[in-house]
Design a protein around this ligand. Structure first.
Ligand code: TTP
Length: 693
């Protein structure tokens, strides 16, 4: 439900910038021959020419619409150029568009606080920049006003078409205007400048709305497209909102909008004005009631958040009609692709932006197998996020199975029989609750400890603990709810600790996990294939293997039954003041049994490839933090396979002072080893009792 925030000031200058037919522009930049031609971007699914997802303005003139498929677009516009979205892992790969959006954000953020709202839209708080301009170079003092500013649309100005430019010029430069209008006029100059800069540096055009708050700016940005900007002076707010269909307002497209229409007969924003704040509060609660009362008057206190990076990462795919997924195998295949992509994007985010995500969410839609199920939504589920493709896959599968169990059990209850028919028409996973890596911290031991408590594998959750998640929008900027006590630190110290622990976990695991497939595929293959998930399949400590040769020896290692207790002991052990001691304690505490020879060989091979700098496969036998630096099958060989030279020195700098030295010392011999010989360049060797051999 929307929440009312007090308007901080009605003289803020807020802009909403929206790229024009964004994917088409990106494609036209990649293929300049397409410039000026009617163009549309289509999904790669070739059925009926593929669904259109972006339509260029030249094509719109012919009546081409996003709701069409390629064949239909061709029938209304035979010259249309249809460009298929790039494909990776059997699904659309949006990275070129995402990266293009980042280029734009980098430019727009030069003039004020910038919030990236989606792949192609941004809010800017230009209040300070506008105030500065007003005091130093007010519009009336500008000698040559750029055409782009003069072309602004100012709502509420009336003029003969031949006089529009002059009228706009006069409005922009009026000396005796209300201060709020003067600030908006400065905003128009600044935004025009930014848009020209975007065009110059990226070749993309964009449109913008300039107003006193986010809601009004967003409404205005779409009013005059492409490549134009619209200003909403305070005095024209009422006439803008009055006739606006209520369902067009942000957050009123769903249930709340329906209720306003059906229960109160409110069809336009203006219709809302007749209701007192109290009446709206009585009906919709205090917050929503006040929010509705405010929006009817153009009041919206939402701040522009300082965020140039996405709030979440998501990946998914629809499987319409007969393409729906009907087996756990099929689900696993797709989740595996999604996990790989998500893991890559998370790693890139970590590397480039020093950010970590904390929550993994799975969303799905199920087909209507029967009447009862058609009423029921597939529940979204989330859990703490663990880095690495395989861990994400494992957790996503568990989330899926938990969701499916719930979906089927409630439908079968409602229907009074067992439900065997299910089909997934939409499947996605996302990573949210993304935070910056902290620069300071208090105790590394706390990191480890908190990680131990906070980041169990989803296998260690039962269904109650895998939490229900609110629906995520597929766009950038979505966020999921999650179980608070698992994710939110009780103290500042543990907050930092958790984050830093994740950092260490990531740094030390990332190269392990994603490259560990060879081992994991041999050992951890089955997730209740081709059958409905058993009611116990995701239960705590349940063995996760069922069919492959190595199962019995690996089961406990993966589910962590026995080693869990010992890990617990090690964590409780007081006086483990040294990192080395800590790791050694962890390694020695492992009671993982020896896998079959074949598997051990795989481990050894991978340790060597790690030394040579090639893709290194290692053995992520359990979940968790640094403690999982991995245990080889043979306990006399401590198999902590981690490419130490890949530790980012910055991470070490961010550790508490008292342990920085220790970590550096720990790293040093490793570097020397690398300089001289590839042998011994793994932690395995470093920790090995025979490391001097
Ligand atoms: P929009 O900003 O909604 O549209 P647009 O930029 O194509 O056109 P406009 O000038 O009217 O703003 O979406 C931004 C991009 O997001 C769009 O180019 C393609 C992609 N997109 C989808 O992939 N699927 C969708 O359903 C929508 C709405 C957009």
């Amino acid at each position: 439900m929307p929440v009312a925030r007090p308007e901080s000031s009605d003289s803020r200058v807020i802009a909403h910038v929206d790229m024009d037919c964004f994917y088409v522009q990106v494609e036209q930049r990649r293929q300049p021959d397409l410039r000026g031609q009617p163009t549309a971007v289509v999904q790669y699914n070739a059925w009926k020419g593929g669904g259109l997802i972006a339509v260029g303005y030249e094509a719109r003139k012919f009546g081409v619409k996003r709701s069409m498929r390629g064949d239909e677009a061709k029938s209304v516009c035979p010259e249309i150029q249809l460009v298929t979205v790039p494909v990776a892992r059997g699904k659309a790969d949006l990275s070129i568009y995402r990266n293009a959006g980042s280029e734009v954000v980098a430019i727009l953020s030069r003039k004020g606080r910038c919030e990236r709202a989606s792949i192609d839209e941004v809010y800017l708080d230009l209040t300070e920049a506008a105030e500065k301009m007003l005091s130093e170079t007010p519009p009336e003092s500008v000698e040559a006003i750029n055409d782009e500013v003069i072309k602004s649309h100012v709502l509420g100005l009336s003029a003969e078409p031949s006089d529009v430019r002059q009228t706009v010029r006069e409005w922009l430069c009026q000396r005796n205007a209300d201060r709020r209008d003067k600030l908006l006029a400065c905003g128009a100059f600044i935004v025009a400048e930014l848009r020209m800069q975007v065009l110059k540096e990226t070749q993309f055009t964009c449109s913008a709305g300039i107003a006193h708050n986010k809601m009004l700016a967003k409404l205005a940005s779409g009013m005059n497209k492409p490549a134009q900007q619209t200003v909403v002076p305070f005095a024209s707010v009422e006439s803008l909102l009055d006739p606006l269909p209520i369902r067009k307002m942000k957050q009123l497209g769903g249930k709340l909008g329906h209720s306003l229409q059906d229960d109160l007969g409110v069809n336009t924003v203006g219709d809302l004005l007749q209701f007192s704040e109290e009446k709206l509060q009585d009906r919709y609660g205090i917050n929503t009631g006040t929010w509705l009362w405010n929006i009817a008057r153009g009041i919206n206190g939402d701040e522009v958040e300082s965020r140039v990076l996405p709030k979440s990462h998501g990946t998914g795919k629809t499987f319409p009609g007969r393409n729906c997924l009907k087996t756990i195998d099929g689900i696993e295949r797709w989740l595996s692709k999604f996990s790989e992509e998500l893991a890559e994007r998370l790693e890139a985010d970590l590397e480039q932006n020093k950010r970590i995500a904390q929550t993994l969410t799975l969303h799905a839609s199920a087909s209507k197998a029967n009447e009862a199920q058609s009423q029921k939504k597939f529940p979204s589920k989330s859990c703490p996020l663990r880095y690495g493709t395989n861990k994400i896959l494992e957790d996503a599968l568990n989330l899926f199975q938990a969701g499916l169990r719930e979906y089927l059990s409630s439908s079968s209850k409602a229907h009074g029989n067992g439900c065997s028919g299910w089909g997934i028409t939409n499947l996605s996973i996302s990573a949210s609750k993304i935070v910056d890596i902290p620069s300071g911290t208090c105790s590394i031991m706390k990191y480890f400890h908190s990680q131990d408590q906070r980041y169990p594998s989803s296998k260690e959750f039962d269904d109650k603990e895998i939490h229900e998640s609110t629906a995520l929008s597929p766009s950038v900027g979505s966020e999921s709810s999650s179980r608070k006590h698992l994710l939110e630190p009780e103290t500042e110290c543990s907050k930092d600790g958790t984050k830093m622990n994740i950092v260490m976990n990531i740094v030390m695991q990332a190269h392990l996990d994603d490259k560990s497939r060879m081992f994991e595929e041999k050992t951890q293959t089955s997730f209740c294939r081709e059958s409905l998930p058993s009611s116990t399949s995701a239960k705590k400590n349940e063995p996760q293997l069922d069919s492959v040769g190595e199962e019995t020896v690996i089961k406990d290692a993966i589910s962590g039954n026995r080693s869990q207790d010992q890990k617990g002991k090690a964590f409780k052990e007081k006086g483990t003041s040294s990192i080395l001691q800590f790791f050694q304690t962890q390694n020695c505490s492992s009671s993982i049994q020896e896998p079959k020879e074949e598997t051990v060989n795989a481990i050894q091979e991978t340790a060597e490839s790690s030394c040579s700098g090639k893709a290194d496969d290692t053995v992520p036998l359990e979940s968790g933090g640094i403690r999982n630096m991995h245990h080889s099958a043979d306990q006399s060989r401590v198999a902590c396979m981690y490419k130490i030279d890949e530790i980012d020195p910055n991470v070490v700098d961010e550790l508490p002072r008292e342990i920085q030295e220790e970590v550096r010392a720990w790293l040093r011999p490793q570097k020397r080893a690398n300089n001289t010989t590839k042998r011994g360049s793994s932690i395995t060797h470093y920790f090995s009792p025979n490391k001097n051999m």
